[in-house]
Design a protein around this ligand. Sequence first.
Ligand SMILES: *Cc1c(COP(=O)(O)O)cnc(C)c1O
Ligand code: SF4
Length: 334
Amino acid sequence: MIPGTSPARQAPWRLELARAIVDPEELLRLLELPDALLPAARRAHAVFPLRVPRPYLARMAKGDARDPLLRQVLPLAAEEAVVPGFGPDPVQDLAAHAAPGVLRKYAGRVLLTATGACGVHCRYCFRRHFPYEEANAARERFAAPLAYLAAHTDLHEVILSGGDPLTLRDEKLAEFVSGLRGVPHIRRLRVHTRLPVVVPSRVDDELLAWLGQSPVPVILVLHINHAREIDEPLRAACARLRASGVTLLNQAVLLSGVNDDLETLVALSEGLMDAGVLPYYLHMLDPVAGAAHFAVGETQARALLAGLRARLPGYLVPRLAREEPGASAKTILL
Ligand SMILES: *Cc1c(COP(=O)(O)O)cnc(C)c1O
Ligand code: SF4
């Protein structure tokens, strides 16, 4: 056997993913929540399965069905509501596929849907109805996307997205990063991920090794929606990433019942800065079917942003943004 390839050695983060909570009944039991929530949770789970890693669960309050972290992952009866304007492909990703797993919708940048897998299933996710099987950029060592990048010299940034690209094995990601050496017009690598948030042990030596070997600067955009998601293990993971030269930004989604009040958003920006992460976007909810109960109106969103500007230095105020189908950039609301 080749040293280091022993099947007995599973990275701790992979073990965490394997033991994530995927049964609504177990989630309710562990959090000491009433059984009355179970029938609806089971129905919504049949449409988009529950998935909650234990390190994320550990940050939730017991006995509180309205906990802002729980609300992001608990399947609810409200998901069954049919609401006009909320559909299966709100940002029309299906229309933007340039090659397998290659989404071409922003000028100069290209988005690779590297995998359909995620470490956590967020109930508001716009990809909950996405046909992932057709969007696997990581197949055959990223051959199709690397060929696409090489053929398009107008591209300067590659964005690994998903699903969650950090659910891929480090060997695969390392191959992609070394493949970038053959595409000199690519000047930046960006990775959008929520995995280090929900499983901080994802930031391990193997991850830092390929990040450190990138021929271009790496920007990691974390998806943190609430200050209580930032615990000591996550702060330590962020410190290691920063020490490796990675730029850390955050993209939050404005979610009713999670972070739609001023104090919560101030605490989020300050918590991010304490962890060495700059707030980048505060995203309006994409109108995906099953997530209408998370929607925050534009008037309230603008008022919250004005409140943040009155309270915080400019660099701690995220850009309030919305994805418009077919547009070549996000629309900035404020
Ligand atoms: C908005 C967005 C991008 C690109 O937009 P920028 O304005 O370049 O930041 C890429 N990936 C995801 C997931 C996004 O939401
Ligand atoms: S793509 Fe992001 S928002 Fe959607 S389920 Fe995965 S981690 Fe959550």
